[in-house]
Design a protein around this ligand. Sequence first.
Ligand SMILES: Cc1cc2nc3c(=O)[nH]c(=O)nc-3n(C[C@H](O)[C@H](O)[C@H](O)COP(=O)(O)OP(=O)(O)OC[C@H]3O[C@@H](n4cnc5c(N)ncnc54)[C@H](O)[C@@H]3O)c2cc1C
Length: 400
Amino acid sequence: MHPDVIILGAGAAGLMCALTAAQRGRSVLVLEKSNKVGKKILMSGGGRCNFTNYHVTAENFICSNPHFVKSALHRYTPEDFIDLVETHGIEYEERRHGQLFCQNSAKDIVTMLLAECHSAGVNILTHCNSVDVTPTAENSGYCLTFEHDNTRQTQRCESLVIATGALSIPTLGGSDFGYAIARKFGLKLIERRAGLVPFMFTGSTKNLCERLSGLALEIEVRCNDQSFTENMLFTHRGLSGPAILQISNYWHPGDLLIINLFPEIDAHHWLLDTKRSQPSIHLKTLLSQVLAKSLVTELMQEFWSTLDGRRLDSIADAQLRQVAQQLQHWALKPAATEGYRTAEVTLGGVCADGISSKTMEAKDHTGLFFIGEVLDVSGHLGGFNFQWAWSSGHCAGQCV
Ligand SMILES: Cc1cc2nc3c(=O)[nH]c(=O)nc-3n(C[C@H](O)[C@H](O)[C@H](O)COP(=O)(O)OP(=O)(O)OC[C@H]3O[C@@H](n4cnc5c(N)ncnc54)[C@H](O)[C@@H]3O)c2cc1C
């Protein structure tokens, strides 16, 4: 017996598609390459899964066609997913910027998806590495070749859904299989690169980051007309933390990052005002009142070694202006990102032009669907990537 629908990949998008299709009465088989389903869900959000966000808009996504995500996000909203979470009695909490996390464990989300799949009759097979897809001879569906238990098998289906994710973190299932299938069926691909990923530096900047490793502070970071105000973390290799991961989506090799260590105030005015109100205070002492001492020591050494030990009233206003400029426009040039090894997402992917935004079906191939991260859709940090997986998975599940 052949199932109506085969879904390749039991990640967030694949499981959502499976339960939606099975609830409509379709017979569904999900084939998963690894030994476990939903590995990325289990690892996400520090083990608590940031499963959606209260403030989801198309602006939270990067896609060559900025309108592409709108229909799916409208058809399956964060509220729809929250309803499901609440129906299963999963406790969750809101954190900064409307991010919703499980209170107990990300495992609750996988258990919920599996329970829904189970009660709708979805068949899930792990340890199945899909190797090829061809249209059936009569062009009424697809033939899938996969390896299971060291044997090569073939299955036919009416609708085939590619939910194999993207390249990030190969140990969690990252794979280029979806792109190979897209290419085979003549779909355009948008160039891939690592997103939501830490930066690495070389030379003196790397040494500075290494010495400050573990220090986190709120900053504003800018690159290519985008900016984010969030925490930044110094690491042994360079920079990480939410602000840095967010801006990495907009960075290209060679670009500078501009870091503002005082996102809330005008540092020049602050220095001049303090010079008037506390003329005898040392610059280093003043800066150490608002920034970590270790960071101030590094900054003094790197940029203002001649001002070390100087009172504010001994520093000319023009020099204070330069200090302020440095504090608010610290330009750093990353050598590279850490790449797919640690990237939370892959930017680029299967081009939206060839895909229906309502159903996720390939426009030129009836019955062939692409959902989730394999598509050229990447969200900001904050639960947006899972919301895209739920929304795109649900839309395809309604049509397969
Ligand atoms: C460490 C980490 C933390 C994250 N935290 C969050 C977060 O808190 N919030 C958020 O919104 N997003 C988060 N993300 C991003 C989010 O996990 C992804 O955007 C989302 O999982 C994409 O869903 P997907 O179903 O498209 O792909 P995946 O979840 O990657 O699922 C794809 C599945 O396909 C399987 N597969 C691959 N190739 C084959 C093949 N040939 N045959 C069969 N199966 C195959 C894989 O094993 C995998 O199970 C995080 C990502 C990472 C790496």
